[in-house]
Design a protein. Structure first.
Length: 353
């Protein structure tokens, strides 16, 4: 089995350069897999239970949500306090972190996301009498009505764990690993990954800043009953604002991604200047903390959201969460920023009157 190279190729091929937010029954199809329109209304009649990473406390999540989330009433519940059995009702929707690795003869696929869903109470009611060992996670896992997904981009701490485990897998066999916090029986490997994704800063796009903007986007799409796939590209007329506005780049983009071993190394000044050279407007790098502060203070500006593995390249309005420019540059295994990314962005800006 080819080790990390195979893993990354399969990930890129399997995801086909996805975006970051999907409103879909299953986000991993080429087009949004639509569900019945009534599901939008069913969701709006629920209270949404947010059960997220321990990286932030309950009050921080509540302060972030109360600044914009109006589509449903909501509660923030800590991981240690959440029990599915307390919420088995059509009165609730759920927002949780999910993740898995699927090993098949055709390759390996790993997915991490924040999943928003309601329960299919018809299926629950028919089967709950068969529930064994009070394992509510396993029981409910195939009884969900999915609504929305926010893709999470893991860093090298997670990929190294997955690579080490996958390197010993049987290429011709089948295996499946779930990293849910609520799965009652986990292998030592599954527990290690689960502990990291639920307690540590292991995603490039998991912070209060990007959570706010992504949840704003989810709320708008759900309110408008709009389906959205991970593959869709977009160039809004708003992109012309970049002629006079600063484009902020998160400081982690000063590093380039390497596969052997998996790590991020600082660009040389010459190489970074060359990558940015086609862009004629103002760019500034900004720390994650500064970015967080500016967005939570409701300042309006534009920043780049870039996925190393999946190569999505997005410009986001910090105040509205609106993605004003979203493309998926070609190039399997080209996980880093390119001159062509900024050349294409400059062209898109200049086309706007």
């Amino acid at each position: 089995m080819k080790k990390i190279t195979t893993l990354i190729v399969v990930l890129l091929f399997g995801f086909a350069m996805q975006a970051q937010v999907a409103i879909s029954k299953n986000p991993y199809y080429a087009k949004p897999s639509k569900f019945e329109m009534e599901r939008f209304d069913d969701f709006k009649n629920t209270t949404t239970i947010f059960v997220l990473n321990n990286l932030y406390d309950k009050k921080q999540y509540e302060d972030m949500l109360k600044s914009f989330w109006t589509i449903t009433p909501y509660e923030v519940v800590s991981l240690k306090d959440f029990k599915y059995q307390d919420y088995i009702s059509d009165k609730y929707s759920f927002c949780v972190i999910s993740g898995f690795t699927s090993i098949q003869p055709e390759g390996i696929r790993t997915i991490f996301s924040i999943n928003l869903f309601i329960l299919d109470m018809e299926k629950v009611s028919k089967k709950i009498k068969d529930l064994k060992d009070n394992d509510y996670f396993t029981f409910l896992d195939d009884k969900k009505k999915n609504l929305a997904y926010i893709e999470l981009i893991p860093n090298d701490k997670i990929w190294n764990l997955i690579d080490r485990n996958s390197s010993t897998a049987n290429t011709f066999g089948r295996d499946f690993h779930s990293y849910s916090y609520f799965k009652s029986k986990k292998s030592e490997y599954e527990q290690m990954v689960s502990d990291k994704i639920h307690n540590e800063n292991v995603f490039h796009n998991y912070n209060l800043v990007m959570l706010k903007n992504n949840f704003q986007n989810v709320q708008k799409l759900l309110s408008n009953k709009t389906f959205c796939g991970f593959y869709e590209e977009k160039v809004s007329s708003e992109v012309k604002q970049l002629k006079k506005q600063i484009l902020y780049l998160p400081e982690h983009l000063k590093k380039e991604y390497h596969t052997k071993p998996i790590e991020y190394k600082e660009y040389s000044k010459e190489k970074l200047d060359k990558i940015l050279s086609p862009y004629p407007y103002k760019i500034e790098f900004i720390s994650e903390k500064e970015l967080e502060t500016k967005i939570l203070n409701n300042e309006e500006f534009y920043y780049l959201n870039f996925g190393y593995y999946l190569r999505y390249f997005q410009i986001v309005n910090s105040k509205t969460g609106e993605v004003i420019y979203k493309v998926y540059p070609n190039g399997m295994m080209k996980a880093n920023l390119k001159e062509s990314d900024f050349k294409d962005l400059a062209k898109a800006i200049n086309k706007q009157k």
